[in-house]
Each structure stands twice: as structure tokens, then as C-alpha cells.
Design a protein around this ligand. Structure first.
Ligand code: GDL
Length: 457
């Protein structure tokens, strides 16, 4: 391995998602949490900040430059380093000296504002190059490595610089598909200056699990241990979900094989409390790491924020709500149990419903009321972050409760059920669920058209 052993391990948070950027108040709150939880690095690289990708050649104007400067000062006061990144890959010309100058100028400006880690991001770009770049470098990996090395050389001429690089194929699936060109990662590993760290998201963009064997293989391609860019709690790709579950599916032993672990979490800043709390616990944990226990700790610490105008949120309700918005590939156990119970009841004709139906009705009504109570929160930013999701869940719980009540009552049992809040053939969600019903996912992950004859309705 060639990675510079002197450079410290990085732990922390990436503001690296698509969507509205966090506010100054949110970033300061993040820094407070990070310092309390022992996280040391904040990477500023919001995808939809125009200076991140669209206008990457332009330095930050005032007042954005001042904003970054003051953020760096706040971070330093808490012992946290600020990394700054941008993504030139949408329209860069790797051989154009003006583009190299523009990239260096961006980092020189960032350095003048106090940034100490410089990040070049080549994720989510077409894996094609201009003709002159192809003629000069042949492959994308060589072009990008040469560009990054030149940026590092220019920055290091003035002062030592720590650099990170996000490759175009940044997960196992992309590498397997040959994204970026055959042998991209091996070529990058051979050519990129050994002191530049490389981001990696795991076997997938959003990885359910990451094993030590996987990281060892990646490290052998890259000739250095990667820095984990963890999208476990990201939700920018699915507007209906948020992820409040624990840091999950990563054995504690993984840390020793990485050069850093940074989470790129939910776009809604206030909903990141439990996920980041848990990740910070994982970073400190030993082999007895228990992800559910870390979730329960995080939720108990979060509970104080759920003080309402009329009453506080009971811990039990917050846990159930959190379990309904848990992790990308799984709800939490309380939510799974509720759904299983509901499914078992609905699988039977109402005449055969036993006491289970009344019990599941009460649990659903309780969840509905917990969702409704979000509107009462004293913390209005927390309310705003939850509002749409909690409301949507409340609506579905309410519909289900009414359906159960209709069929529990002897007078209406088995009669056609209507909701006063649903017009025929309209569902919540508009175009999106109507598309989703047209293309159905099978158990093996393949999609089939539901409009074709012979496919399930
Ligand atoms: C990505 C993007 C990231 C985005 C995330 C989740 C990386 C390296 N890049 O592919 O900006 O937030 O997926 O949608 O992960």
C-alpha cells in the first residue's frame, strides 16, 4: 500500500446529495453534533450548489465565499476539518490548460478560506471524453488521474495538501459493468498519486452490506485502502422516504481497512440525528457492536426534540415512527411486525377475523395519531422535515383503520367500503405510483410490465 500513513483517518459527514443545500444554522448544528460525537470531517460538496458542477469553473462570489469562510471558522473552533469538493466532469476538457487552472484556482480560493482537504469528484458523469482528450490520454482513468495529479502538484507547490478523488465507477456494480472503461480502477490505482485518497461506496451505490473481503479487493485494485462514501442514509433518490435507522451492515472490523468513513445522509438535515449518532457509535465500537442497541440509544437521545405543544411524544411512538422510516432495504422490526399482522388479518375474510383485527386496528390508530402529533412539535424545523412523510403515512393508516372498523362492525362487515377522502381510481402520489403499478418488480429484482397479458395485475 502506498497511502501516506501520516494522513489521519477521516470520519464524518458529506453534504453531497442532490437537492436543496443545508442552511447555515443546520451546518452549525451539525458541527455541534459532530464535535460531541467525535466526528472530525465535514465535506462540503452539495450536488445542486451551482458552483459544484454547472458553474465549477467560477470561484465562489461573495457572499458564498464569506459563508464558507465563517463555516470553516466554526468548524475549527470545534476541532473539525472542512473538506471542499466540486465536480468538473460534466463538461471538463482534461487536456485544456485553462480547465486545470480553473480547478486549481477553485482550490486556492478554498484554501484561502481555510479549507484543508481538497476533493475532486468525477461521480455521476457520462463516461465519455472529448476527442482531444481521447487522443492525449486514451482512457478516462488516465485523463482523470493526470488531471488530479497536476492539481495536487500545483497545490503542493505552496503548502502540503490532502486530496481526495471520487472515481467515475465508485461502486462494485459500476466496476462490474465496466463503467468508465475496462480496467478503469486498476489504471487509476497505478497512475493516481499515492497520497490521493479514493472514495468508494461499497458493492452498490447504496450498499446494504459491505464486507472486509469486498474492501480488500477494492484496495488491491486502487493500490490503497479506500475512504468510504456511505450512502446508507441518503434519500435524494426517493422523495417518499427518509432513513432514520442505525448504521447497519458494516462489521466493526471494516474500519481498519479504510482510510475514512463519511456518511452522505438524508437531504432533510434534522432527520439525520439518529443515523449519524449511530454511525459515530459504530466508529467507536468494538466487536460486540449491536446496531439495534445503537438505534435505541440514538432515538432516546433524539426524543427530547419531540416535545409538542400539547404533549410530549411517547418513546414508544417515536420508535415505531422511526421503524417505519428505517433503512433503504428494510423497515425496522416494529414496523415489519405491524405490517405482517395487518397482512395476516387482511388475508382472511372479515367473517374470520379474530381479536387480531381489533388489536392491529389499535396499533394502526396509534401510529396514525403519532404521525398527526408531528404537527404539534415545538421544533418547527423538525416538523417541516417530517411533515410530508408523516402526513402520507397518517393518511394510509387512517384509511386502513377505517377499513378495519367497517369490517369489524357487524352491520357493515363484508359490504363495499368507500373512503370519503378518495375519489374512484385516484391514489395518493399521483403520477409516480401510477407509473410504479405499470412496471412491477419481481422477487429476483427484474421488472415486468403489468399491462402485458399474463403478468400479475
Ligand atoms: C450518488 C452520488 C451522490 C448521491 C447518492 C445517493 C456518490 C459518490 N454520488 O451516486 O451524490 O447523493 O448517489 O443518491 O454517491
Amino acid at each position: 500500500m502506498h497511502a501516506s500513513p501520516a494522513a489521519p483517518f477521516l470520519s464524518g459527514v458529506i453534504e453531497g446529495f442532490y437537492g436543496p443545500t443545508w442552511s447555515r444554522a443546520e451546518r452549525i448544528e451539525l458541527l455541534d453534533h459532530m464535535s460531541a460525537w467525535g466526528l472530525d470531517t465535514y465535506l462540503h460538496g452539495p450536488k445542486d450548489d451551482v458552483h459544484h458542477r454547472a458553474a465549477w469553473r467560477l470561484p465562489y462570489p461573495e457572499p458564498e465565499a464569506h459563508e464558507l469562510l465563517s463555516l470553516v471558522r466554526e468548524a475549527r473552533a470545534r476541532g473539525i476539518r472542512v473538506a471542499h469538493g466540486f465536480g468538473p466532469g460534466l463538461d471538463i476538457r482534461y487536456t485544456d490548460p485553462a480547465d486545470l487552472d480553473a480547478a486549481v484556482a477553485r482550490f486556492v480560493q478554498a484554501r484561502s478560506l481555510g479549507v484543508s482537504v481538497f476533493v475532486l469528484l468525477f461521480d455521476d458523469i457520462p463516461d465519455r471524453m472529448h476527442e482531444e482528450d481521447v487522443a492525449r490520454w486514451g482512457t478516462l482513468a488516465r485523463a482523470q488521474a493526470a488531471f488530479a495529479n497536476a492539481v495536487l502538484a500545483a497545490l503542493s507547490a505552496e503548502a502540503p495538501a490532502r486530496m481526495l478523488f471520487c472515481p467515475t465507477p465508485y461502486c462494485g456494480r459500476m466496476a462490474m459493468r465496466g463503467h468508465g472503461g475496462a480496467g478503469y480502477l486498476q489504471e487509476l490505482g497505478a497512475m493516481l498519486a499515492p497520497e490521493i485518497d479514493v472514495f468508494w461506496t461499497g458493492p452498490e451505490i447504496v450498499s446494504r452490506t459491505i464486507t472486509e473481503a469486498h474492501i480488500d479487493e477494492v484496495a488491491s485494485w486502487l493500490r490503497r485502502p479506500p475512504v468510504l462514501w456511505d450512502n446508507l442514509h441518503a434519500n435524494d433518490y426517493d422523495g417518499r422516504r427518509v432513513h432514520c435507522g442505525p448504521y447497519s451492515g458494516r462489521p466493526a472490523a471494516l474500519r481498519a481497512r479504510l482510510r475514512g468513513v463519511l456518511s452522505n445522509p438524508n437531504t432533510e438535515f434534522p432527520l439525520n440525528f439518529p443515523g449519524l449518532h449511530s454511525m459515530a457509535a459504530w466508529l467507536r465500537a468494538g466487536a460486540d457492536w449491536d446496531e439495534r442497541a445503537s438505534y435505541l440509544d440514538a432515538m432516546r437521545a433524539w426524543l427530547a426534540r419531540f416535545d409538542g405543544w400539547r404533549q410530549p411524544m411517547p418513546e414508544e411512538d417515536l420508535l415505531l415512527l422511526g421503524d417505519c422510516f428505517y433503512l433503504p432495504y428494510s423497515e425496522g422490526p416494529l414496523a415489519i411486525d405491524l405490517r405482517d399482522q395487518l397482512r395476516a388479518v387482511l388475508a382472511k375474510a372479515p367473517e374470520q377475523w379474530g381479536e387480531d383485527a381489533a388489536a392491529v386496528r389499535s396499533r394502526l390508530a396509534r401510529l396514525r395519531d403519532a404521525c398527526a402529533r408531528i404537527a404539534d412539535l415545538r421544533d418547527r424545523r423538525l416538523f417541516a422535515a417530517w411533515s410530508r412523510r408523516a402526513w402520507e403515512l397518517r393518511e394510509e393508516c387512517d384509511l386502513m383503520v377505517k377499513f378495519l372498523e367497517w369490517n369489524l362492525a357487524p352491520a357493515t362487515r363484508g359490504q363495499p367500503f368507500h373512503s370519503d377522502f378518495h375519489q374512484p381510481l385516484t391514489y395518493r402520489g399521483g403520477m409516480v405510483p401510477s407509473f410504479q403499478r405499470l412496471l412491477l418488480m419481481q422477487k429476483d429484482g427484474t421488472f415486468v410490465s403489468s399491462a402485458m397479458e399474463g403478468t400479475p395485475p
